[in-house]
Design a protein around this ligand. Sequence first.
Ligand code: 13P
Length: 257
Amino acid sequence: MAAPKKSTLKAPKPLVAGNWKMNGTKASLGEVKKLASAFVKSKAKCEVMICPPATLLAPMKALKAKGVALGGQDCHAASSGAHTGDVSATMLKDAGASAVILGHSERRADHLETDKQVKAKVAAAHGAGLLAIMCVGESLKQRKSGDTLKVVKAQLRGSLMDGCTAKNTVIAYEPVWAIGSGLTPTVAQVEEVHTALRKALVRRFGDEGAKMRILYGGSVKPANAAELMAVPNVNGALVGGASLTAKDFGGIVKAYT
Ligand code: 13P
């Protein structure tokens, strides 16, 4: 029998991204400097990113010199125009971002964003040269009714266009019920979803889908980070509350030392 073909694909470099949501003013810049220093000292083998409110992107630009990337939390699908209050991918890039979180469940819930709209935003992000961090996740009701895989796979299908690559797209699995609740799925539940997402990505994008990072998000803390990050097909974390302090975020990044 022929020996199984050895994969030539390199494992993707993990990404730990902090989603600051609607938190932070210029007074937070000191904390973020501490965070960057802690990351540099830790020599962690992962990429680190902070996604602050858009108002803080430019003031945080100096972080990039320390190896901390910056991301936005949403963008409009158009690059400019009459869209009061919105920010475009081009503007985020101009302010220092290299990535943008799209389709977060809080945007899907608060702003009724559909998969189709998220897909248009992903295209806009790629067009501006930004990495799209596209979020999927089930509600508690959907989990309880056994629909988790169906829900996340439909979101994945509907929110990405053909031709996405590992360089321009990251997926974040964030169960809605685990966000800000202190609850996390079991390791087996995380593995089940990440495996299903990986299969769907490979089926659609081939080798690019095999290399695409799939982050876990939802109540990631220093105490549970190592266990969650060790789950197969978990290639990093999208962290909310615990990304606001250097101590907690540093504790999570440590999972990769
Ligand atoms: P928490 O880490 O606060 O649960 O938030 C997760 C999240 O929504 C990150 O995008």
